[in-house]
Design a protein around this ligand. Sequence first.
Ligand code: ADP
Length: 493
Amino acid sequence: MNILFASSEAHPLIKTGGLADVSGSLPRAILNQHQDIRLIIPAYRQVLKQGNRVELAAYLDLPGVDEPVRILCGRLPGSKVVLYLVDSPAHFDREGNPYTMDDGDPWPDNALRFSVFCRAVHAIAVDAAGLGWRADIVHCNDWQTGLVPPMLAETPHSPASIFTIHNLAYQGLFDWDTFESLGLPLHWWSMEALEFHDQFSFIKGGLVFSDWLTTVSPTYAREIRTRTYGYGLEGLLNHRMDTLTGILNGVDYTVWNPGGDPHIPVPYNRRSLFHKAENKRALLERFGLPVKDAVPLFAIISRLVGQKGIDLVLEILPMLLQQGAQLVVLGSGDKLLEAALRKARTQNPESIGLHIGYDEPLAHHIEAGADVFLMPSRFEPCGLNQIYSLRYGTVPVVRRTGGLADTVVDTTAETLADKTATGFCFDTPAAPALWEAVERALHHYRAPERWQHLIETGMRQDFSWRRSAEHYIELYERVLTQRQPVTRQATTL
Ligand code: ADP
């Protein structure tokens, strides 16, 4: 099959979160299973600056864009996956985050930027760019690609589309004036199409018009069909429940492997776990914290946003520190959360290490050096850090939601007995419930043999991409087989 995989970020080219990890590794896993999958992302300045070899493959004249858009072609670094970059300097050649300005507010022209990206994806998918390659399936990811399925639906004999929800909280909502300014078909402004409570919703394009919907864990696939997690889209998602599948994300164990990780001081595996202690010592030194081997080191690596439950950690912090524990935090985002963490660090310089910012090598070192990983998310479509933690022997404490529920096995008398326990889970998104789970973790930490068992069971878990990639390929085949030939009126996009 020819598959065009469209995403707004892909590791190692550009990354703000888990979507990049998925887009950088799933296409590789699918290519390994002998499918012709190609990745397309915007040519952000940060991507072009890396100096990877690319060639000019095509020029595209797109409505509403003054300059012809260049399509650059290369390979996703470290792989054979063909990579297309949508090079429209007015929209993507700028410093900083792909979605937000320095102050954290979205770029004011995001709707235009990602509509340009969607038009380019559509053009390449239907071979209107003259590349001599046409997609059978376009695999879209998150709201930034949400206009592609409706564009395909307007095109006769178009490729099929799959839309993956990585996080329903981000929907790409804009006003009517913005919608009108983009020159999109006016009949899309309807409840049955892209209009959502008087706003223009990118994500609805994917939710309504794709042939199949997926999300990144089975539990999240069920949760988003409820009022609590559905953001008002639960009705639509229930309507589509027969074409909505949860496929758990995999992780790339060539990047996240303590046995061969260039970012950690001392590599280790299940049989050389004693080296983990050396990584812990180095990590504490890196953060300027006193080295205390027998004290549990908790860690957080996260975007600092409400979703992640960092406020719950702040609430339990006094109790955690009273138990003598240490904490290291790597993250950035919400300025209030950043300030609260800074204050906590200033007040507890011996116990808390903090790095506000984005630092990939440090993230690896933290996974290797910490004892316990905290992920008390209010919702978590899949979550990757808890899976990395398992492989690094860093026991996760998670809220039982989304992919966290699907990847971490709570420690109970039964799961200890049948040797399936890998972490600690709690249900209520509130500080007392988190504290109860942390207390259980502390209790088990003080029993080194039991702790060792937990670590070893976690390190044995296999969440590699192979199985998930097979699942996606089966789905692509199913969609192509089941697709009803539809004749729709072609519209100029
Ligand atoms: P989300 O996509 O919601 O941010 P995930 O757990 O799915 O959450 O993925 C987060 C990814 O981003 C992980 O690879 C994690 O290591 C990385 N990450 C998050 N914040 C930082 C940071 N400040 N520095 C380095 N890596 C980070």
